[in-house]
Design a protein around this ligand. Structure first.
Ligand SMILES: CC(C)(COP(=O)(O)OP(=O)(O)OC[C@H]1O[C@@H](n2cnc3c(N)ncnc32)[C@H](O)[C@@H]1O)[C@@H](O)C(=O)NCCC(=O)NCCS
Ligand SMILES: Nc1ncnc2c1ncn2[C@@H]1O[C@H](COP(=O)(O)OP(=O)(O)OP(=O)(O)O)[C@@H](O)[C@H]1O
Length: 211
C-alpha cells in the first residue's frame, strides 16, 4: 500500500532538508515550492496571468518573475497575496497531482509549506502529517542568511503563516529541528520515523540505518 505523507513547517524550519532525507531513503518527494518556482521561471505557465494581474514591472528583463519585488509586495499586502495565490495555487495543485500520479515508489512525501493553512483540503489527501518545527529565532537566523533577506522581511512572512502551535496540533509526528541538532541526527530521526510508519521497505532505509 502507498503511504502519502504531508510535510510542512514554517519558513526556514528545515522542510527541504527533511524532504531530502526522505528522497535519499527512496520516497518520491513532491516539492510545491519548486513547482511554484517552475511556474514563475522564464517561460513559466503562470507568468502571463501574473503580468496581466500585477503589471509588467513584476516581470524581469529575462522574462522570469521578479521574486524580490513580488515578495515585498505580497507580504505587505494581504489582498495582493490572495490575488497571487488565486493564480498560482490551482496550477501548483494540478502539477502536484500529476507528479503524484506518475510516482512509482511506496511512499510519497508532499512538501507543502501552507499545508496547515489550507485546512482540511490537504489533511484529507494524506495518511500522515509530519511537521518540522523550530524556534522562531532559529527560523529568522536561517532565512536572514539568504541573499536579499532582512529580519523584517523574514518576520513579515512568519506573521502571514500559521502559528507553531496550530501546526503542531495537526501533526502525527513533529521533528524538532532547533539550533544544535546536527544534520546527521536529523537524518537518523527521519529514517527512524519512516520505519515506524511502515515505510521501511523503501529502498535505502535498511542500508542507511545500518551505517
Ligand atoms: C512571493 C514569492 C514570489 C517569493 O518568492 P521567494 O523566492 O522569496 O520564496 P519561495 O517561493 O522560495 O518560498 C519560500 C518560503 O516562503 C513562504 N511562502 C511562500 N509563499 C507563501 C504564501 N503565499 N504564504 C505564506 N508563506 C509563503 C514559504 O515558507 C516558502 O517555503 C513566492 O513565495 C510565491 O510566488 N508565493 C506564492 C505561491 C505560494 O503560495 N507558494 C507557497 C506554497 S506552494
Ligand atoms: N539541523 C540543521 N543543522 C544545520 N543547518 C540546518 C539544519 N536544518 C536546516 N538547516 C539549514 O537551514 C536552512 C533552511 O533549511 P531548509 O531550506 O531545509 O528550510 P525550509 O523549511 O525548506 O525553508 P523554506 O520555508 O524557505 O523553503 C538551510 O540552509 C539548511 O541547510
Amino acid at each position: 500500500m502507498r503511504m502519502r505523507i504531508g510535510l510542512s513547517g514554517g519558513i526556514g524550519s528545515g522542510k527541504s532538508t527533511v524532504a531530502g532525507f526522505w528522497r535519499e531513503a527512496g520516497a518520491t518527494v513532491i516539492d510545491t515550492d519548486a513547482i511554484s518556482r517552475g511556474l514563475t521561471a522564464t517561460g513559466g505557465a503562470a507568468l502571463p496571468a501574473i503580468a496581466a494581474e500585477f503589471g509588467p514591472q513584476l516581470i524581469r528583463a529575462d522574462g522570469a518573475l521578479d521574486r524580490d519585488a513580488m515578495r515585498a509586495l505580497v507580504f505587505a499586502d494581504a489582498g495582493a497575496k490572495q490575488r497571487l495565490e488565486a493564480i498560482l495555487h490551482p496550477m501548483i495543485s494540478a502539477e502536484t497531482q500529476a507528479q503524484a500520479a506518475a510516482a512509482t515508489t511506496s511512499a510519497i512525501v508532499f512538501d507543502v509549506p501552507l499545508l496547515v493553512e489550507a485546512g482540511l483540503r490537504w489533511r484529507q489527501r494524506v495518511e500522515r502529517v509530519l511537521i518540522v518545527d523550530c524556534a522562531e529565532q532559529t527560523q529568522l537566523a536561517r532565512v536572514m542568511q539568504r541573499p536579499g533577506w532582512t529580519r523584517e522581511a523574514a518576520e513579515a512572512v512568519i506573521r502571514q503563516q500559521a502559528r507553531r502551535a496550530q501546526r503542531r496540533a495537526c501533526a502525527d509526528a513533529v521533528i524538532v529541528n532547533d539550533e544544535g541538532l546536527t544534520l546527521a541526527t536529523l537524518r537518523l530521526q527521519v529514517l527512524a520515523l519512516a520505519q515506524r510508519w511502515g515505510c521501511g521497505t523503501i529502498a535505502g532505509i535498511g542500508a542507511s540505518t545500518h551505517r
